[in-house]
Design a protein around this ligand. Structure first.
Ligand code: ADP
Ligand code: MG
Length: 686
C-alpha cells in the first residue's frame, strides 16, 4: 500500500521549487496533493461547428489552417500572431499574443483542435490564445480539464502534471478508507477510482459519482466525530443544581418581562441544570434577542446552588459590558462578580485569583485570560462562552477542565441556518431564541455609493442634533494590500481625521481599534456610553455585543468588503433602544457581484437566520463553517449549501452506526475509527 504521508517531493516533476510553492497551498504530503480538489472544470471535450458558436463561448473546434501565421509587432512587448482556420461550416480568426514559437508549430493546410474563448469582432469570430493539439494526438483538448484553486506561482499545467503523477503513484495500491458494507449499502465508488475521476473525469456523470463518494466520506467523518465528542461529555456524572433555586426570582426583578422565547429557552436550560448529566448546550438567537440576560439567570441558578460561574467573551469590550450588566441585575442578590482581562493590573489580578480560589467570587467574567493556568476556581459549576465564533475545541476543554464536569452553555453571536445548526453542532443540544423583545423598530437599511455622501452626512447631523449617537465602522487595512486595492481604503485614524476635521468639526468624534491600549479603549467606550462622544469611529472591534441604546445610526465605510454575517452583527449595534435606527452601507459602485448581492440582502431583510442562509449560498463552501466556527478542520470538498440533502442522509447514517456501535469498536468499523481518530488529532492540533 502506498504511504500517503510521504512528502510531495517524491512525486515526479515536483522539484524543490515546486515543493515550496505547494507548501504555500498547504500541500505537504502525497495525500494532501491528492485531496487538492479542482475548483471547477473546463469542458474541452465537446466539438462545435464554427457556425454554431455563440459570442463569448469557450469551445473546441476542429479546423484546418488556411493561411500562414502572420506576425505583427504592435508595440514593444506586444507581438500578435494571427491565422485563419476553417471547418465545413465557416471560418474563424485565431490570435496569440507574444507566443512567437507558435509560428513553428502551426502549419498551413494541417487540421488541429483549438480550445479557447471566442469573441465576435465586427462580423467574424476570433479565438484568442487557444490551446491546441494535432488531431489524433490530444493532450490539451478533447478532455474535461480540472481547474485548481489559486495556485500562486504554479501554473494550472504544473499542478495538473503533479496530480497526474501522484495518481500514478497510487495506481492499484491506494488503501480504501470506507468499510465495504458502506460502499455497498450506499452505492459508493472506491476511493482510488474516485480520486482519479475527481481530477480527470471523462464525463460529468463520472465526476458526480466520484464527488458523491468523497463528500459522503467527509461529511460522515465529521458527523461521527461530533457524535463522539457529544458522547464523551455525557459519559460523566455532572452537577445537579438545586431545584429549590428559582430562576423566577431574578426574572421578576428585571426591568422588563422576558419574551416567550427567552422563557422557553430558560426552561430547557433549567431542566438540563437540574439533571445530573453535564449540560452541553448551544444558545442561538438573532442579534439583540436577549441572550445575555439568559446567561445571567443561569449564572444565578449556579451560584445560589453553591457553585461558581465563568463567563468568557471574545473581546475585552464585550467582557466589560457583561460585567456592568451582570452587576446591575445580580449584585442586589448578594452575588460577587469580578472581571479578569489580559490587561488587569497584577495587584488586582492577584486579589481576584485569591478570591476565586477561596470561593469569595461567585461569577468571574473575562476574555481568554480565564484560560490561563493560574486561574483556579473553588467550585466551578457553570461555563458560559459568548462568542463570535466558537472557541476551539481545545479552549473549551481548557476552561471546562477547571471544574468537575461543569455545565456548559455556548452562545453564538451570529445565527446559523436552522437546518444546519442541528447537524453541524451535533455535539451540542440546541436552544433557539426565535423572537425579539417587543417594540423593536425595524432598522432601516440603505446601501449607498459615493455620490450620496452629502446626504448621508446631513442625515448623520440631523440624528446627532436630535440627541442620538452614531457609529462609523471601517475595514481593517492590511499591510499586504496593494496600493491599487487600498487607494479607497483608509485606516481608522484617517477616517477619524476626516470626520472630525473636515465633516463634523462641531461634534465630538473619537475612535477605537483593536491595537489600542486596553485602558484607552475602555475610556473611549465609556465616554461613548455616557454620551460624551457623538461619533465613534472603529474597526470591527465593536462588531459583537456592544450595547449603547442611544446610538441610532450605523455607517459602514467600504461595506462591500465585509461578509454578510458581519454586516448583520454591525447593524445589530443600533436599534437597541426606543429610537428608530438606521444602517447606512457605503459601497463602491464597481464592487463585485457578490458584494452587490450582499448589499441587496441587507436592505431586504433584518432576519439573521435568513441572512445566514444567504451568506451560506453566496460563499457556498466550507468557509462559512470554517475552522474558527466549530474547531474542526474545513471541508475539502463538501459544500454545505449544495450538499444539504447529502448531509441530512449522512447524519442518519451516522446515528445508525453510533446506535449500533458507539465508540466504533466493531471490526467492521475499524476504518471509520481511523477516520475519526485522524479528525480528532487534527482538531486538537489546531
Ligand atoms: P444579544 O442576544 O444580541 O446578546 P443582548 O442580550 O445584548 O442581545 O440584549 C439586547 C438588549 O435587549 C439589552 O439591552 C437587553 O437588556 C435588552 N433585552 C433583553 N431581553 C429583553 C426583553 N425581554 N425585553 C426588553 N428588552 C430586553
Ligand atoms: Mg450578546
Amino acid at each position: 500500500m502506498v504511504d500517503l504521508k510521504q512528502s510531495v517531493q517524491y512525486v515526479k516533476t515536483v522539484g524543490p521549487t515546486k515543493v515550496a510553492y505547494l507548501n504555500n497551498l498547504n500541500i505537504y504530503t502525497l495525500g494532501d496533493l491528492l485531496t487538492y480538489f479542482p475548483r471547477e472544470y473546463e469542458d474541452r471535450s465537446k466539438l462545435k461547428a464554427i457556425d454554431s458558436i455563440q459570442d463569448g463561448e469557450e469551445v473546441t473546434i476542429e479546423a484546418r489552417v488556411v493561411s500562414e501565421v502572420s506576425i505583427n509587432r504592435i508595440r514593444k512587448n506586444m507581438i500578435i500572431l494571427k491565422t485563419i482556420v476553417e471547418d465545413d461550416t465557416g471560418r474563424c480568426t485565431i490570435t496569440w499574443f507574444n507566443q512567437t514559437y507558435i509560428k513553428t508549430r502551426i502549419k498551413r493546410g494541417q487540421t488541429y483542435r483549438f480550445f479557447g474563448k471566442v469573441t465576435k469582432v465586427v462580423n467574424h469570430f476570433e479565438m484568442r490564445n487557444p490551446v491546441f493539439d494535432e488531431v489524433g494526438k490530444q493532450k490539451n483538448t478533447g478532455k474535461i480539464m480540472p481547474i485548481y484553486p489559486s495556485t500562486y506561482n504554479l501554473s494550472q499545467t504544473a499542478i495538473r502534471q503533479a496530480v497526474e503523477n501522484a495518481l500514478l503513484l497510487i495506481d492499484g495500491n491506494m488503501p480504501e478508507t470506507l468499510p465495504d458494507y458502506l460502499l455497498t449499502d450506499y452505492n459508493l465508488e472506491g476511493l482510488e477510482s474516485s480520486l482519479k475521476k475527481i481530477h480527470f473525469p471523462s464525463n460529468t456523470e463520472e465526476r458526480l459519482l466520484a464527488r458523491k463518494r468523497l463528500v459522503f466520506e467527509e461529511l460522515l467523518t465529521m458527523q461521527l466525530t461530533l457524535l463522539e465528542l457529544k458522547g464523551e461529555s455525557q459519559r460523566y456524572e455532572g452537577i445537579s443544581f438545586d431545584k429549590n433555586v428559582k430562576m423566577s426570582d431574578v426574572i421578576n426583578s428585571l426591568p422588563f418581562s422576558l419574551t416567550k422565547a427567552q422563557l422557553k429557552v430558560l426552561e430547557e436550560i433549567d431542566s438540563d441544570m437540574e439533571n445530573s448529566k453535564p449540560m452541553n448546550r448551544l444558545l442561538q438567537g438573532d442579534v439583540g434577542s436577549g441572550k445575555t440576560v439568559v446567561a445571567m439567570i443561569c449564572a444565578y441558578k449556579a451560584v445560589k446552588s453553591g457553585y461558581q460561574a465563568a463567563i468568557m467573551a471574545p473581546t475585552a469590550i464585550l467582557a466589560e459590558q457583561h460585567f456592568e450588566e451582570f452587576k446591575k441585575i445580580l449584585e442586589p442578590f448578594n452575588i460577587k462578580i469580578e472581571l479578569l482581562l489580559g490587561s488587569t493590573k497584577p495587584k488586582k489580578k492577584q486579589e481576584i485569583l485569591e478570591n476565586l480560589s477561596n470561593g469569595e467570587i461567585d461569577i468571574l467574567i473575562g476574555t481568554h485570560a480565564l484560560l490561563t493556568e493560574n486561574v483556579l476556581f473553588k467550585k466551578l459549576g457553570l461555563v458560559v462562552t459568548d462568542e463570535q465564533h466558537r472557541f476551539g475545541v481545545k479552549q473549551r476543554e481548557t476552561i471546562i477542565s477547571k471544574g468537575e464536569h461543569p455545565d456548559v452553555l455556548v452562545m453564538t453571536a451570529t445565527p446559523i441556518p436552522r437546518t444546519l445548526a442541528l447537524i453541524l453542532y451535533g455535539d451540542l443540544d440546541i436552544s433557539i431564541i426565535d423572537e425579539l423583545p417587543p417594540n423593536r423598530k425595524k432598522i432601516e437599511t440603505y446601501a449607498v455609493t459615493k455620490r450620496m455622501e452629502d446626504r448621508v452626512n446631513a442625515f448623520i447631523k440631523k440624528n446627532i442634533d436630535e440627541g442620538r449617537q452614531v457609529y462609523v465602522v471601517c475595514p481593517l487595512v492590511e499591510e499586504k494590500e496593494t496600493e491599487e486595492q487600498s487607494a479607497d481604503l483608509k485606516a481608522v485614524k484617517e477616517w477619524t481625521e476626516i470626520y472630525q476635521k473636515q465633516i463634523f468639526p462641531e461634534y465630538k468624534v473619537a475612535c477605537v481599534y483593536g491595537k489600542m491600549k486596553a485602558k484607552e479603549k475602555e475610556e473611549v467606550m465609556s465616554n461613548f456610553k455616557n454620551g460624551k462622544i457623538d461619533i465613534l469611529i472603529s474597526t470591527t472591534v465593536i462588531e459583537v455585543g456592544v450595547n449603547v441604546p442611544n446610538a441610532s445610526v450605523m455607517v459602514v465605510e467600504n461595506a462591500d468588503r465585509f461578509g454578510l454575517a458581519q454586516l448583520h452583527q454591525l447593524r445589530g449595534r443600533v436599534g437597541r433602544g426606543k429610537y428608530q435606527s438606521y444602517c447606512i452601507l457605503k459601497y463602491a459602485s464597481n464592487c463585485s457581484q457578490v458584494g452587490k448581492e450582499r448589499m441587496k440582502t441587507m436592505q431586504e431583510t433584518n432576519d439573521g437566520f435568513v441572512i445566514a442562509e444567504k451568506d451560506l449560498e453566496l460563499r457556498g463552501t466550507g468557509e462559512f463553517f470554517g475552522t474558527k466556527q466549530h474547531g474542526l478542520p474545513e471541508f475539502k470538498i463538501a459544500n454545505l449549501f449544495v450538499d444539504m440533502p447529502m448531509l441530512k442522509s449522512v447524519q442518519s447514517v451516522a446515528l445508525k452506526i453510533e446506535a449500533e456501535d458507539s465508540g466504533l469498536k466493531l471490526e467492521k468499523n475499524k476504518k471509520l475509527r481511523a477516520l475519526v481518530d485522524e479528525k480528532l488529532k487534527q482538531s486538537i492540533s489546531l
